[in-house]
Write a protein that binds this ligand. Structure first.
Ligand SMILES: [Zn+2]
Length: 330
């Protein structure tokens, strides 16, 4: 879904600086926010790519700063486009890296449970030839990431406060796009740093997240995401600084649009299941997103599986216990 879903702001809040750093992903540039006063704080430093690092240094230089001046790095979540350069900053400064507790393992590179991941993608119905290209994709991503040392990474919890840019921010940890996704709200100035939880032009992808503690081995990302959406509508911040796209306003309008979008997409998937009989997640994704390939296949998979979780919760579909898992209309 790519349109302007919320009205862009012409001006940024006072003393907030932005660099739009390049990524190789379909989403395009990632927003890096700088609060230049002490403690010098960077939100989402982008990827470990030469062009991106140069733009990051240019952003700091525009405020008379160098990488060695960075005191704090706030990671909204541990996706490569947002956190890849974090380790490089800590190698060149005394900065502390902050992230949601549930993101910490990804930030410091705790090895993932490959057997569980393989079981999950097999349940989703990915054919062997598609599964076979995934390790190369992950390896390519690893080249664009420098992980910080564990001792430099501090976890944040929902309800914590965080001081940066002369403000005391309230920390909102809301699972969905990522389990430990952090947003910052400044109640005094009514500014929200939203990461990828709220974006002005696309609905955040309910990224597939492996989790051994959940039945089926993966989190129900879209269910969790939607459960946490309304609290941001209630905050109704005057200025939202997102992870991608322009700063914007009207969160209640955006939230209403997103609820509507997800209901329509779930309806569409239910129609497809009706027509297909007993499809797997992969088979539905192939019909809905036929042009995705390589790692992009996983974006379509997570969209479909997210909506299937919603449909299953509402009792509209039934899930088989086969491998791959098959869905039927109830
Ligand atoms: Zn992102």
């Amino acid at each position: 879904m790519a349109d302007q879903l919320a009205p862009a702001l012409d001006d940024l809040p006072d003393r907030v600086r932005l660099a739009m750093l390049p990524t190789p992903f379909p989403v395009g540039a990632v927003n890096c926010w700088l609060f230049a006063e002490r403690p010098v704080t960077v939100v989402d430093p982008g990827m470990y790519l030469p062009e991106s690092l140069q733009m990051f240094e240019d952003l700091l230089a525009s405020e008379g700063l160098a990488v060695s001046d960075v005191d704090q790095v706030l990671l909204t979540h541990a996706h490569p486009d947002h956190f890849g350069a974090a380790g490089w900053i800590t190698e060149n400064s005394a900065a502390t890296v902050f992230c949601g507790t549930a993101e910490r393992d990804k930030v410091i590179d705790t090895p993932m449970d490959r057997d569980l991941a393989l079981a999950v993608v097999s349940d989703l119905g990915l054919p062997d030839d598609v599964i076979a290209v995934l390790p190369a994709g992950f390896e390519m991503l690893r080249q664009m990431i420098r992980h910080p040392l564990p001792a430099r990474v501090e976890p944040l919890e929902d309800g914590d406060t965080f001081d940066a840019g002369g403000r005391t921010w309230s920390v909102h940890v809301t699972p969905g796009h990522a389990q430990g996704h952090v947003s910052l709200h400044d109640p005094a100035a009514d500014v929200l740093v939203s990461g990828d939880h709220l974006l002005p032009h696309i609905t955040p992808n309910p990224a597939l997240e492996i989790d051994a503690t959940v039945e089926g081995g993966r989190r129900h990302s879209l269910v969790e995401y939607l459960a946490n959406l309304d609290r941001f509508a209630e905050l109704d911040a005057a200025a939202v600084l997102p992870g991608h796209g322009p700063a914007f306003a009207d969160v209640p309008g955006l939230v209403a649009t997103m609820h509507h979008h997800h209901e329509r997409r779930a309806d569409r998937i239910l129609e497809l299941i009706d027509g297909m009989g007993q499809p797997s997640v992969y088979e539905i994704a192939q019909v809905m997103f036929p042009t995705l390939d390589g790692m992009g296949v996983m974006l379509g998979i997570s969209e479909v599986v997210g909506h299937l979780d919603l449909l299953e919760r509402s009792g509209a579909v039934l899930r088989s216990s086969d491998t791959p898992v098959l869905y039927t209309a109830a």
